[in-house]
Structure formats: structure tokens, C-alpha cells
Design a protein around this ligand. Structure first.
Ligand code: TMP
Length: 415
């Protein structure tokens, strides 16, 4: 049973199992990370307390407070999954693999939770395979439809899943990338999957991996949309709670460290040895231990001090530092570190919907990538560090002109 977060003498109760959650970091008041604002908008900006804790019962790392989902995901949600060539290739390769394996059956059916602009499903649609994207962000859903993808503009939850099952029949695969961790009401997702998935179907979830976040002190992976940070242990436990089983794991280099969790109905598929191996490794290193997470908190505060110190020093030396990639992650960096237009006068980003807008909270203007070379700044603060290879290759002229990149993951450094 999922309960609302309730304070209990400094502890909170787990959204999934009701056991006490111990908070290990509080970022203070934060805006909605993808709420880019029109400069003429004078209305009060929504803020909430961004704090994370770990459940002593199921090891799930979760936020203490929930932003209402319609504040985050709506018709104007600006993020587009196909904004990176590397990610386009990643999703196309996965779609092709699905077509050759799980979907190589008679009249297959695949559902994607959070299909965004259809970056994965467009390959499935192109192959003429029955599919359905479930995507509450209307603008992204429209882009997917224009690519021939069938989309339901809704949140995936138990009742929508039951409707899909009644109209389209059971799904052979339910896939979701960078979405399931966004959904505080995970019980409704699992009940929906239970209603919709074929008896031997697969629920495949790609999400950031807590182990990689901790190892690289990627504190900016913590923002409103990432309500949960998944580990193998917490995904095993929540799957079991709803009659499922984690049967396979693939570690992926995307987004700074991701796991593809393959989940099936309990007993329906053999469990790959890698599941037990990674579970053992998590216990051995104490991934969910208070000491591990407290050390992550110490390193996060150090990163803030180092980054702000560097940016102030460069400003005082008369150097220009521009941001690169107006990521949702950057909202945590700018607002937690107190970085405004005085330190970073603008951020360049390839997403048209963000151009001419102000970044949430910090009010830093967002400009198109063409502004980057006009003229080049002295330094570029790489907020989209998870796309570093792609961006640095694209912007090779910057380094050639003597520009330097500032990175803060896994620690503050200049390259
Ligand atoms: P993400 O890290 O959540 O995927 O967000 C990446 C952001 O960076 C998104 O706003 C698009 C932007 N971006 C660029 O501006 N240029 C690029 O080459 C890439 C790959 C992303």
C-alpha cells in the first residue's frame, strides 16, 4: 500500500513499504526543473523542498516531498528524448533488438510508458508492429504522432492500463526509459503492468542507477522528476511486492550510468546470474548504508564549494563562463549552488522550446547553440555532461579557439 509521506519524529514513511525513511540530503527550496519561464512572466514561481532519503526496509531512495505530476508533465513539457544523436541510436538499436527477439511472435504488441517524441517507437511503427505510447506531455506526444506513432496522451496508471488491455489485448513487452523513476505512485504502475502484461511478457525499465550516481557524486541527478533512485536491491524488492521478479540487468553507459532492468512475472523466466552478482556487490559495498550516503552528501557539499569558488574566481579575473545544456539537472546545480546570471550569463541549448526563456529558479537566459560561437566564451560549464562526447565533438571549434570546459562530475575540474 502506498501512503502519503508523513513525518514521524524526523523520519518519514516509505512510499512503497511504509518503513522509516532516513533523509540523507536536503537541497533546500527548488523550482520545477523543466519549468523554463517567459521573461515577461511575473507570476510567482513554484518551489518545493528537494530532499532525499533511504528506506530502512526496502532500500528505495526516494524524495521526501512530491511535486504534483501535472506541474511537471503537461502540454508544454520541453524535454525531447531525441535531442541527442547518441540517444537516438541507443533507442533505435533497442527497438531493433526487441523486433528480433521478444516481438518476433505472431501479432506482437508493445506499450511504452513515457514515449516522449516517439524516439523508440518510431522504429517499431516503421516495422508495422502493433504498439502504443502512453505519454502525458501533449507536445511530445504530437511529435511522436507526426512520426507515425500511436500515442495515448495520458499518465500510465492502473485504470489506463486496464483500458488498454481491454481494447488492444495483452502486451508482450512494456518498456519505459527514464520515466518509471518519475512516478511516485509506483504501486499503480505495477498494478497496471500486472493488468496489461501477457503471462510471459517482459516489463523493461531503463533508469539511472544509484550506484553510478553515488560513485560519481552526480548530485544533479537528484531533481523533482527523479522521485526514486533505483538500485538492484530496491527494484528487486518492489518487483516482488507486486508479484514480479527482476530477471536480468544490463548496465548502460547512457545518462552517466543507467541500468536496463528486465522484469517478468515471478517464476515466468529464468533469472540471469548477473542479478544475484550485482545484488551481492551492492551489499558488499554498502550502497544503501547510511555511511555511504552520508559520504555522498559530504562530497556533494564539497562540489558546491569548489564550483562556486571556481566560478567566482573566474568572474573576478574577468573571464566569461557560459553554460552548455539547459538540462533539468542544471536546475539543481544552479539553485543549490546559488549560480545566477552574474556567474553564468546564459546557457546554450539545442531545444527550440527553451530558447528565449529563463532557466527555472536561477533566471539564466537560454540561447540557441549558434550563440555559443558568437563569440566563444573563455569557459563553458558543461551542464549536459552526460552528452559530453557528442557535445565536445560538435563544438570542437571551441577548444581549438582556446576555450576550456568546466565539469563538476565526478568532481570539479577543467578540461
Ligand atoms: P538531458 O541530459 O536530460 O538529456 O538533457 C540534455 C539537454 O542538453 C537538452 O536540453 C538538450 C541539450 N543538448 C544540447 O544543447 N546539445 C547537444 O548536443 C545535446 C546532445 C543536448
Amino acid at each position: 500500500m502506498i501512503t502519503d509521506v508523513r513525518d514521524t519524529a524526523g523520519m518519514r514513511e516509505c512510499r512503497l513499504c511504509g518503513q522509516p525513511v532516513r533523509e540523507f540530503f536536503d537541497f533546500g527550496r527548488q523550482p520545477v526543473s523543466d519549468a523554463f519561464r517567459d521573461p515577461a512572466d511575473r507570476s510567482a514561481e513554484f518551489h518545493y523542498d528537494l530532499a532525499v532519503g533511504v528506506c530502512g526496509g526496502c532500500a528505495m531512495v526516494q524524495q521526501s516531498h512530491e511535486v504534483p505530476r501535472t506541474r511537471m508533465f503537461h502540454a508544454d513539457y520541453p524535454y525531447r528524448s531525441s535531442g541527442s544523436a547518441f540517444m537516438r541510436d541507443h533507442f533505435e538499436a533497442f527497438a531493433r533488438r526487441l523486433l528480433e527477439t521478444e516481438l518476433a511472435v505472431h501479432d506482437p504488441f508493445v506499450v511504452e510508458i513515457g514515449s516522449n517524441d516517439g524516439v523508440m517507437l518510431r522504429t517499431i511503427a516503421g516495422a508495422g508492429v502493433r504498439h502504443l505510447g502512453v505519454e502525458p506531455s501533449g507536445g511530445a506526444a504530437d511529435t511522436a504522432r507526426a512520426c507515425g506513432v500511436r500515442v495515448l496522451t495520458e499518465f500510465f496508471q492502473e485504470d489506463s492500463a486496464r483500458r488498454i488491455r481491454a481494447e488492444d489485448g495483452p502486451a508482450d513487452v512494456i518498456y519505459s526509459a527514464n520515466t518509471v523513476s518519475h512516478i511516485a505512485r509506483l504501486d499503480s504502475v505495477f498494478r497496471g503492468v500486472d493488468a496489461l502484461l501477457a503471462p510471459d511478457g517482459l516489463f523493461v525499465v531503463e533508469d539511472r542507477y544509484l550506484g553510478d550516481i553515488v560513485d560519481s557524486t552526480a548530485f544533479d541527478q537528484i531533481y523533482d522528476e527523479h522521485f526514486y533512485l533505483f538500485s538492484v536491491e530496491s527494484v528487486c524488492t518492489v518487483s516482488r511486492r507486486f508479484g514480479f521478479e527482476l530477471v536480468d540487468i544490463t548496465r548502460l553507459p547512457v545518462h552517466g550510468g543507467t541500468i536496463r532492468f528486465t522484469i517478468a512475472r515471478a517464476g515466468a523466466r529464468p533469472v540471469a546470474p548477473v542479478v544475484g552478482e550485482l545484488l551481492t556487490a551492492e551489499h558488499a559495498r554498502g550502497l544503501a548504508d547510511h555511511g555511504t550516503l552520508d559520504r555522498f552528501a559530504v562530497r556533494t557539499r564539497q562540489a558546491r564549494a569548489d564550483l562556486v569558488g571556481l566560478l567566482r574566481w573566474l568572474r573576478d579575473e574577468g573571464r566569461v563562463v557560459v553554460g552548455y545544456g539547459a538540462t533539468a539537472k542544471s536546475a539543481t546545480v544552479t539553485n543549490f549552488c546559488g549560480i545566477g546570471p552574474d556567474l553564468v550569463p546564459y546557457i546554450c541549448d539545442s531545444t527550440p522550446a527553451k530558447h528565449g526563456k529563463l532557466a527555472p529558479g536561477s533566471g539564466i537566459p537560454v540561447r540557441p547553440p549558434a550563440a555559443f560561437a558568437d563569440p566563444y566564451p573563455d569557459y563553458a560549464l558543461l551542464f549536459a555532461w552526460n552528452h559530453a562526447e557528442e557535445i565536445m565533438a560538435k563544438e570542437h571549434g571551441f577548444a581549438a579557439a582556446g576555450g576550456r570546459w568546466i565539469r563538476y562530475v565526478p568532481r570539479v575540474h577543467i578540461v
